[in-house]
Design a protein around this ligand. Structure first.
Ligand code: HEM
Length: 497
């Protein structure tokens, strides 16, 4: 069957139907005489309408608005002491596809919004595809996957009006104090990067790196933009965005087409398993950064090619934190654990069970297993031994690729993590901002908190920010005209353990 494809006869510039047969007239349907109805036997007309009727697939449930580009990752340091992953072996060059996105808007929504930006990379490594599915900030709003659908419902357009509503978003956040750190980052200037080229990327969660001796280190990944960071300040937003809803794609593709290829350096932070207990927060809580842990550069990614088919690249691409390669494994971070399931699951719905065979998702490494059939299967798998074990056809399994063993203790449970520390890092971040950055944060936060009509939620939010930093609290109180003593009382009752 695959052989037939190479035998195809090309009609130079000839318009054809899907079966390859030439079309005689693509502008006039076949009719019964000059006055009669259109004929059902005009199969070109019928096929054209049928194909058009089926052009849309479900958009991503989050991160629907995105833009993609191809490039290459080249390691710059030997980290074989940490990981056997071939992608980091000196001298290796790995092709990548990157998809940037906003989170909450629909597929055709404006590209500029106060929203995290998705920063997803598919590394087509010789040991299979590795997806790093991150964002442009080092932390996230929540720390347990069980809250993710609620977080998204509250922040997506309202189930009644179809319009995003700060009342609903802050109703959720007022009941989710662990979001204070991420909210402080999102309402700072870095929450409005002026282009995808001018922002950093983070995998956010810790992952495990495994070396040839089976030793484990916990690692966080950070992409640093070679173009530097540039943000849009709140008062400049209307002028900067103007009427261009597509400014992020236009900027990225414009730069690549001018051969001004954007680059990001990849840095890692590394902890020994025994270090995890030493912090006053839980290092496997994705609402926390590993502040003070040194970063080392391990490689550079360059984007140099604009895809020539939006749907077949950007729309059909499927990224998943569970798509890992030998030497990189998930940590016990509770959010990451939920993500290990959710992405491949949604992709089987959004694209179908065989989404991994689509050209954009297909590994360069040979796929050999007994997964088969299903809708639109075209894997090219051959042979009737579609089971294992077998003496007729052996598929080897090397013990060195077994998942690493992790010591455990205790019982099953449903408890929050011990070291919650909801506010401290938000305060550290606020105090690190220069004065104009502090003022911009207050302007941007006030812009949305002003729309919160539920007084209780508004006070709770201000008390959280006050707990993070009393100067931030005081400025918000003044800007929103709320009662300072009520905020102070509420804030004093909050624990930051
Ligand atoms: C348990 C928490 C989470 C769940 C259940 C979840 C679920 C999803 C789902 C279902 C998609 C759509 C995937 C697709 O249709 O192909 C998605 C996309 C995405 N998520 Fe998450 N997500 C979670 C947390 C996060 C976090 C913490 C980050 C950042 C570190 C993140 C970054 C992204 C990105 C960048 C995309 C877009 C990927 C692309 O460009 O196709 N998500 N997420």
């Amino acid at each position: 069957m695959l052989g037939l494809a190479s035998m195809h006869i090309a009609y130079a510039e000839q318009l054809t139907r899907d079966n390859g047969s030439p079309v005689g007239d693509n502008e006039n349907s076949q009719t019964a005489g000059a006055e009669g109805p259109v004929l059902l036997q005009d199969s070109q007309l019928v096929e054209k309408l049928q194909r058009f009727d089926r052009e849309r697939i479900p958009e991503r449930v989050v991160h629907a608005r995105g833009t993609g580009a191809f490039g290459e990752f080249v390691p710059s340091a030997d980290i074989s002491d940490l990981s056997i992953a071939k992608v980091f072996q000196p001298g290796t060059k790995t092709p990548v596809f990157v998809r940037f996105s906003t989170v909450m808007g629909y597929r055709g929504s404006p590209e500029q919004a106060r929203d995290p930006r998705g920063f997803a990379i598919k590394f087509y490594t010789t040991q299979g595809n590795w997806d790093m599915v991150g964002i442009n900030k080092g932390v996230f709003f929540i720390r347990d996957a069980i809250k993710f659908p609620d977080f998204v419902h509250a922040n997506k357009p309202s189930a009644v009006t179809g319009v995003q509503d700060a009342n609903l978003a802050f109703d959720f956040f007022a009941n989710t104090p662990e979001s204070t750190n991420m909210l402080t980052h999102m309402y700072a200037d870095e929450g409005m990067p002026d282009s995808y080229r001018h922002m950093d990327g983070f995998a956010v969660h810790a992952f495990k790196m495994i070396n040839a001796k089976g030793e484990v280190h916990y690692v966080k990944f950070h992409w640093r933009s070679d173009q530097g960071l540039k943000n849009i300040r709140p008062n400049d937003i209307p002028a900067s965005i103007g009427n261009d809803w597509n400014m992020m794609t236009n900027d990225l593709y414009g730069a690549i087409r001018k051969k001004d290829y954007p680059k990001w350096d990849l840095y890692i932070q590394v902890l020994n398993p025994s270090d995890l207990a030493k912090f006053d927060y839980d290092p496997l809580d994705d609402t926390k950064e590993w502040l003070g842990v040194p970063e080392r550069k391990v490689g550079t990614m360059t984007l140099d090619r604009v895809p020539n088919n939006y749907f077949e690249s950007t729309e059909e691409s499927a990224f998943a934190p569970s798509r890992l390669v030998p030497g990189i494994e998930p940590s016990e971070d509770r959010m990451l654990q939920g993500r290990m399931f959710a992405y491949a699951d949604t992709q089987m719905y959004r694209l179908g069970a065989n989404f991994n065979s689509l050209p954009i998702n297909r590994p360069l490494a040979t796929v050999q297993n007994n997964n088969q059939d299903g809708k639109m299967n075209a894997s090219g798998r051959t042979g009737e031994v579609n089971y294992e074990p077998s003496t007729i056809k052996e598929l080897s399994q090397d013990g060195m690729y077994k998942y690493v063993q992790t010591p455990l203790s205790g019982t099953t449970q449903q408890q929050a993590i011990h070291k919650k520390q909801m506010f401290k890092q938000a305060g550290i971040f606020y105090r690190s901002l220069p004065e104009p950055g502090k003022a911009d944060l207050v302007t941007a936060l006030t812009g949305d908190l002003r729309h919160v009509t539920n007084d209780k939620n508004k006070y709770i939010m201000v008390s959280y920010f006050n707990k993070a930093d009393s100067d931030l609290g005081t400025r918000l109180e003044k800007a929103l005209g709320v009662d300072s003593s009520r905020v102070q009382q509420m804030s004093a009752k909050l624990s930051d353990d």
